[in-house]
Design a protein around this ligand. Sequence first.
Ligand SMILES: [Zn+2]
Length: 121
Amino acid sequence: MSQAQAAIPSQPRAKQLRACLLCSIIQTPADFRKHGCPNCEELMQMKGYPDRIGVCTTTHFDGIISVIDPETSWVARWQRTAKYVRGMYAVRVKGHIPEDVEAELESRGIKYRPRDQTDMD
Ligand SMILES: [Zn+2]
């Protein structure tokens, strides 16, 4: 028998990807422009607004994890992404959403937690 081979997906080109500062999902800038963030679009309203995407997502993130089944994945629980769509997520995201966006979230009763795992105040 010849050696079994699994298809190896081509490496995502990390430099071209952006992570959402709110939920840490990773997408291409084109996806953010076309669809917004699949988790936070209602709050962030990035769809079609490159400026908004520029301040609410970042290229500064570490580690990519794949969340296949958000309901059961231990990674999802660890990342507190249980309610999020399946996809690629960053382990750490550097940066902070703009203050006006944070104020907007607060007015809806949502407490923003930065994704850089520093929890500074
Ligand atoms: Zn998001």
